[in-house]
Design a protein around this ligand. Sequence first.
Ligand code: IFM
Length: 986
Amino acid sequence: MSWTVAEHDFDKSKVTTNGNKYMTGNGYMGYRGTLEEFTKEQLTAVTLAGLYDKSGEQWREPVNAPNGLFAKLSCNGQPLGVLDADPLSHCQELEFRNAVHRRETEYGIRGGKLTFTAERFVSMDQLHLLAGRLILHSTADCRLEIETGIDGEVWDINGPHLTERKEQCKAGTALSTAITGELKLPVAVAERADFTFDVQETAGEGAMRVISFDAKAGETYEWFKYVAVYTGLDNAGDPAATAEQEVLTAEKAGYEELLKAHCAVWEERWSRCDCRIEGDEAAQFALRYSIYQLLIIAPTESEKVSIPARGLSGQVYKGAVFWDTEMFMLPFFLHSDPRIARNLMMYRIHTLDGARRKAAEYGFLGAFYAWESQDSGDDACTLFNVNDVFTGRSMRTYFRDKQVHISADVVHGIWQYVTFTGDDSLLVDGGAEVIWECARFFYSYAYYNPVKKRYEILDVTGPDEYHERVNNNAFTNALVKETLEIALRVVQLLQDKYRGHYPGLAALFADGPFVAEFNEMLEHFYVPQPDPENLVIEQFDRYFKLEEVTLSELKSRVINKNEYWGGGSGLATTTTILKQADVVLMLNLFKATFSKEVKQANWEFYEPRTEHGSSLSPCIYALVAADIGSPDWGYPYFMRTATVDLTGESKQYVGDLYIGGTHPAANGGAWMAAVLGFAGVQFDGEVLRLNPALPGPWQSVELPVILRGGLFILRISRNEVAVTAAADNREPLAISAFGGGDMSCLPGAKLRLLNSAAASEQERNGQGKFIREERKQMLEHMKGAIFDLDGVIVDTAKYHFLAWRSLAEELGFVFTEEHNERLKGVSRTRSLDILLEIGGMEFSEAEKLAMADKKNRLYVEYISGLNESALLPGVKEYLNSLRARDVAIALGSASKNAAFILDKLNIAGLFDAVVDGNKVTLAKPDPEVFQTACKELGLQPGECVVFEDAEAGVAAGKAAGMLVVGIGKPEVLKEADLVVTGLHEL
Ligand code: IFM
């Protein structure tokens, strides 16, 4: 399976889109997929994450650093470059397994041909470093000239941003330094070129050197470039000195070493997230490529930056962070690299003050997050964000003022992070404040409708940006409701778990609105619901009254291909045509609360009305299609999403605004559609649910996921899922597949589960033990085994029965074996109550005490004759095998005679702890007996396995958080993780 995207000729018209397609990066910087000789005219850019600048009155945008990988050739006095000379052949490729970019270009020269090969990477190991290997080979003698160094003429959309530029080349190191215009932050780029052949430096200006030499036919000339980029944001001393030092060190280490380290990090990154699709190469390729795009822009080190809507592919959309991150990219990072997910959420915490300023600016309370967020959290979105292609005038748009859902999206993201990872420390690190401030914002934004007696959210723009300033957008209202719910849950959580922190945090909100107001608003809050007739949810008030046109009809009304369909007089605003998934997105976010019928009705209603004018849209239709069991409807949307940066087929202009670049939200959307949609992976922080709906050609999907710090490999096919837990996981994981009940997967274990059709097929084929055999593997990793006594180790049940029967006889009624079933796993006192209930008799407490004693005496008489031969089959062997594996052994029984019996059976010495009815007070299903045993063994519940024959005992084991092996019948011991007929089976 290929990991390489390649171009086999040079097409000038693709220079811009290839700049996106062949991007490399490491989260600190992005390097566009341009060629070595390209300059700012071809949109070469080294875009720095989190460093912004405003030049004059133009839009604030990220800073591009000077290009230290620049290299231009001439041969025999003729400039050589794909734009200057018509190459004989040209190939550009990106190996996305390790983010290495290559080009090979052959030029015709006098008497032969010259091949120029260049390879480069943006180090994933050292985030400030770029390195390149360049090779020349000529078939004829020639004079070659190489111009190389740092190109300080950077591409800017709204620049220039670098002032006080200084460039020099001293002692082999080229250096370019500058200061940003607005924040006066230094930016430094250092470069060293290491020629492995004799060169003559002939000229060069600033940070550029020109070298020349006589090349011999058939010889190969190789050189390396090492580039370091530092800015005033890096806390790394003087950026120039640090960059200079870094390139010297890099040169010493050498290209191969640096490449090796870079590739090792990439290998590790892929090991956390590679998704393998069996049966569909095109989908496999596009999905991997989408994941690649996410990996090159993810902030691995900094919690002060998030991912801009166009990644690090340039300055489009002002390099700003939108809701795209929380709603479309976060899930990928949650499942594959929670550290990065945390950084993304911390960014919102660091920018809370900006959100507070925005809320105050509009006269609201709390936090109104920026629609286009940069370093400070202030909104970079302007009031006039689009130009009218007809008048050339800027249009008033309401992205900034009215997409209030952004604050709810941020809350959704933070809560997702907390529930998914279990890392609620984020809440005390600022997350709670963000959540409460956003809830306060909505409280102040909401309108209480006194006639309808409900809170409404008026005058907003939902995800569908073509309909601005609408009332009660279903998506927005649903998310506001969720914000209030989360705000209240966080109060509860902090009160329970962070008692020390809560009072201080809550004090900040003492003047309200806070808990009382949130509760009140929630109680009377309005969220549009499905129409009882056709189940469709109206996107916003009066949406159904808009003009009904087909998408093709609307397209036929277009006058200028770049005209904006939204805004005051946009073509779509008066019609039901929407820009992007809106109601359907809401159905996806709250999938558990809507029926399949509602989802399907809305999918079918909105799909023909959706333009998919945003790259955020198609993946949502793929997700919901999978959810309703129609993956083949979703497949084209998945492919469209996953190939957006491969084909370059996306909107390039809105009005006269260039919006090209990479599409991280679509990249994240492709992953969501494949994994959360088709593979049906869903983790709520407790249970991993797997309900696949694979599209036609897909046979299986295999991927790693990190859940609550543990690594699991999932292999999901139509009829069977397999979950393999890493041996060093700390806890078992509850798994449910194909809508079945929960099962536990212990560390190191592999669990295979079949859907019911496949399971009965296997039964018919005589392979009924298939699943059980797999599940036995779970036992191999336990550290402690806790055994019930009766029915597991020895069958004293019959002696109990005999004793109870004698007592009943004495009392004058018949006690049968059937009656006896009710006594299994139940304490002596409770058993007596049941017995008396059966006999329809009542006695005083003192009389009952005497009867219980009597029964015990009878029982002890019966069991005094016990010996080793009474052990149930396989018990001694199994206990010995556990001892040999250093598994600690305990008894966990309600019996008060347990020690006596173990002694009689001659196995007392095999037990490390005996917890019996004398040590605990609460009867099973209370977990006390197993919890005590686990403590006595010095282990954690997740490390212990309980062996039980009674339903109450199985329930007790589960309540203690342990894996339970049931001894008996699966149809009775339904809650057990594995059921066997006896220990001999193990
Ligand atoms: O956030 C999106 C928005 O939903 C549609 N327009 C583009 C933005 C950035 O991707």
